[in-house]
Design a protein around this ligand. Structure first.
Ligand code: NAD
Length: 431
């Protein structure tokens, strides 16, 4: 697949070696990487099913997302331009220069896409990347590195460094040769990394936790809102930083909405993630299962779905109906198939409740009133909002958190710029 240079012995015309040619064209190389990934979607998806328990449908989407990100980033290579700024006495231009080596530290909940969110734009902007996958999910990252080589990306531009966070991850954070850390994971570790990066003024992008609201106004299409609400917190078994785990419902529609919502939770198909019909698989590990269990204490009332028994880290879809707004299950990120439902009175109350959290990653609101949709979208302090839908992530639109959900943005039109330093050059015309 890759360009190769054939080295000939001039005395014998025998081939001494064939070596990959270093790239002259980043965009072409990234497109080739995308094409190689495209040829391995099913293989990568099955790897994700086996190592992370993702449903096969989700895993195929995730592998496709890697391909799309590489394609999208490739399209940005030639568009990554500086500016020419009018000044007196000369001309002034800016250059967007690569930072150098980027350390991408990825979590286990979406191992492939999140690795690619950093990897693709960083390479496109002219950097090298070292990817540290999570301890439990290194396999897709390692396979992606092989596919990159097959596509002709030189080994020194993309490497995978599996290992423990406190060892391999920390080495990237501490290393003076790493110019920027892109970290996705828990808010706790994100804060530690930010503090360490401060020592060297190392650049950092943080994508951290969330406790996102799903706000349902009484004037909404309640049937549509109720039909969409279960998978908005159960997708990926709730191990999703954008999971809409606080369902806020206007009091006048509360009882009707719960009536519509409960059957949707009870009927979610939970089971073998490799089965095409499965909607929700297991949690990632026993530790995660214990963590989820600890939030749903015996004194709470819940609507529950079904989950398999026997081996595996299974937890049923669970909607807690009587937690107060300050209970741990209503305020902390559970990272499992658990949501709470809380009533609100009016628009002001909805915004107050939605913002009563340290997090600010995503949110949804359901209403037929376009003015209200805009007012509430602007008032909720979160980076990614959707109206009458639960969509959060598109490679072409920016993604990131307010407050303790993160720092900086990934994806979208400015994805490559986040991996550059701006240099300003003034050239005198008076000399
Ligand atoms: P985690 O913070 O424990 O680990 C994330 C990554 O950091 C892993 O690769 C881990 O090995 C590494 N790491 C751990 N300690 C480190 C240290 N001291 N120095 C350097 N690296 C270290 O998180 P997790 O358990 O893998 O992921 C779950 C969390 O991630 C959840 O809280 C979730 O909300 C969050 N998350 C956020 C987003 C987002 O985009 N905002 C996306 C996915 C996950």
């Amino acid at each position: 697949m890759s360009d190769v240079l054939e080295v000939l012995n001039p005395a014998t015309e025998e081939t001494v070696a064939t070596i990959p040619a270093a790239p002259a064209d980043r965009a072409r190389l990234l497109r080739r990487f995308a094409a190689v990934v495209d040829g391995h979607i099913e293989e990568l998806a099955l790897l994700e099913v086996r190592e992370a328990g993702h449903t096969i449908g989700n895993a195929r989407w995730e592998a496709g997302n890697v391909r799309d990100l590489l394609d999208f980033a490739a399209g940005g290579v030639e568009r990554l331009s500086g500016r020419q700024i009018p000044v007196a006495g000369g001309i002034d231009v800016t250059f967007l220069e690569p930072l150098g080596v980027i350390g991408v530290i990825a979590p286990w909940n979406f191992p492939m896409p999140i690795a690619a969110w950093g990897l693709a734009p960083a390479l496109a902007a002219g950097n090298a990347v070292i990817l540290k996958p999570a301890e439990t999910t290194p396999l897709t990252a390692l396979r992606l590195a092989e596919l990159a080589l097959e596509a002709g990306i030189p080994e020194y531009l993309f490497q995978v460094l599996p290992g423990r966070g406190t060892v391999a991850g920390d080495a990237l954070v501490e290393h003076p040769g790493v110019a920027k850390i892109v970290f996705t994971g828990s808010t706790r570790v994100g804060k530690q990394i930010m503090a360490k990066c401060a020592d060297r003024v190392k650049r950092v992008t943080l994508e951290l936790g969330g406790k996102s609201p799903n706000i349902v106004f009484a004037d909404a299409d309640l049937e549509a809102a109720a039909a969409a609400a279960p998978m908005a917190f159960l997708d990926n078994t709730g191990q999703d930083c954008c999971a809409r785990t606080r369902i806020l419902v206007q009091r006048s529609a509360y009882d009707r909405f719960l009536e519509l919502l409960a059957p949707g939770i009870e009927s979610v198909v939970v089971g073998d993630p490799a089965d095409e019909k499965t909607q929700m698989g297991p949690l990632i590990s026993r530790a995660q299962l214990e963590r989820v269990r600890s939030y749903v204490t015996d004194d709470l009332t819940a609507v529950r779905g079904r989950a398999p028994e026997g081996p595996g880290f299974w937890y049923p879809p669970t909607l807690v109906t009587d937690a107060g707004p300050t209970a741990p299950v209503a305020t902390e990120e559970v990272f499992g198939p658990v949501a709470v439902v809380l009533p609100f009175e009016d628009e002001e109350d909805a915004v107050r409740l939605a913002n009563a959290t340290e997090y600010g990653l995503s949110g949804s609101l359901w209403t037929r009133d376009i003015g209200r949709a805009l007012r509430v979208s602007r008032a909720v302090a979160a980076g990614n909002l959707s109206v009458n839908s639960h969509s959060s992530v598109r490679y072409s639109t920016p993604f990131g958190g307010y407050k303790q959900s993160g720092l900086g943005r990934e994806l979208g039109p400015d994805a490559l710029t986040a991996f550059t330093e701006t240099k300003n050059v003034f050239i005198s015309t008076e000399a």
